[in-house]
Design a protein around this ligand. Structure first.
Ligand SMILES: Nc1ncnc2c1ncn2[C@@H]1O[C@H](COP(=O)(O)OP(=O)(O)OP(=O)(O)O)[C@@H](O)[C@H]1O
Length: 313
């Protein structure tokens, strides 16, 4: 537990120069608390329910979950103090990296990030009791540390499953982010760990294409934006093109990805497709996704080694 004064001093009275992010619940600041860098999330007028769900899950410590160091209260705000992820949100590295001052992520780094995120989700889905569903898996909630290892963050919407990961709980309201919402969740409010698997599939698609879950295409005719385009719909059209699948898939790769391992990219694309299956029962669970990604990582690393040798010879 920190005092309000400690948090205020650490952020130079919530100075905009120390602001590192803005979420729907409030601002995030970088501050030094008791000698360590920390990310301090200010939550104004927060409902205690959201605060306590975040606390419950973050008491669980896992190397692929962002760690909650403490909290403070004061003024009209609550403050959650997290371990600081030096390289920030994955979304900033994937979407317009040059605008955000980031270097594009290499292929093997992307696979490692996917595996880390899968292991974080596997932990909350299968190894905690009770089980949890994150409900807001997206690239801005996957944070990268100084070594580009990924950690799942933002447990404000987490839902507890009383019985088992695959027995659905009913949501009292639809929460989460458009572009990542599983169809059965939107249709029936049915929450299972497989709704996180669907969102994770969208994250994989973003890692492959560099595109956002929902993007807006400019209409050249009148310079206005057209309707939102869903990355899932776009990728499913590519997968359904049985005649020219590989060429179509290559066309939609992130243009910043100048070198990649063809086979592991294909495997990751196929995993993303399985994760967004319309029928939630057919989607893999996160353990299965993590195993598939471990194999993909091994072959990517082998490819990377060979590439290195080629360049040196
Ligand atoms: N522990 C952290 N270390 C480094 N940066 C962080 C940390 N936590 C949050 N951030 C930064 O602050 C931004 C806002 O985070 P926050 O969790 O408040 O909102 P969000 O997930 O982006 O959006 P929303 O609240 O709408 O879901 C993140 O995208 C990230 O750039």
């Amino acid at each position: 537990m920190f005092s309000y004064n400690e948090v205020r001093d650490a952020t130079s009275n919530f100075s905009t120069s120390l602001k590192i992010g803005q979420g729907s619940y409030g601002s995030v600041y970088l501050g030094k608390l008791r000698g360590k860098n920390a990310a301090i999330k200010q939550m104004k007028n927060t409902k205690s329910k959201e605060f306590s769900s975040e606390l419950k899950i973050l008491c669980k410590v896992h190397s692929n979950l962002i760690e909650l160091i403490g909290y403070a209260a004061g003024g009209d705000s609550l403050f959650l103090v997290y371990e600081y992820a030096q390289n920030g949100a994955l979304s900033d590295h994937l979407h317009w990296p040059s605008v955000k001052g980031k270097k594009p992520l290499a292929w093997t780094t992307r696979v490692q990030i996917a595996l880390d995120a899968a292991k974080g989700l596997e932990y909350i889905h299968q190894y905690t009791k009770p089980y949890y569903v994150h409900r807001d898996v997206k690239t801005s909630n996957i944070l990268l540390d100084s070594n580009f290892r990924a950690k799942i963050a933002d447990f404000g919407l987490v839902k507890l499953l009383e019985h088992s990961p695959e027995i659905a709980a009913a949501a009292s309201r639809i929460v989460g982010t458009f572009g990542y919402l599983a169809p059965e969740y939107v249709r029936d409010g049915c929450v299972t760990t497989k709704s996180d698997v669907y969102a994770f599939g969208v994250v994989l698609m973003e890692l492959i294409t560099g595109q956002q879950a929902l993007s807006r295409d400019a209409n050249p005719g009148n310079n206005q934006y057209t309707e939102h385009r869903s990355l899932v719909d776009y990728m499913l059209a590519v997968f359904n093109d049985t005649k020219d699948f590989m060429a179509k898939l290559t066309e939609c790769l992130d243009p910043n990805l100048t070198r990649y391992h063809k086979d592991s990219m294909l495997q990751m694309a196929l995993l993303s497709k399985d994760c967004v299956d319309e029928n939630w029962k057919r989607r893999p669970d996160m353990s299965n996704a993590a195993i598939r990604l471990s194999h993909i990582l091994i072959s990517s690393k082998e490819w990377e080694k060979m590439e290195c040798c080629h360049q040196m010879s």
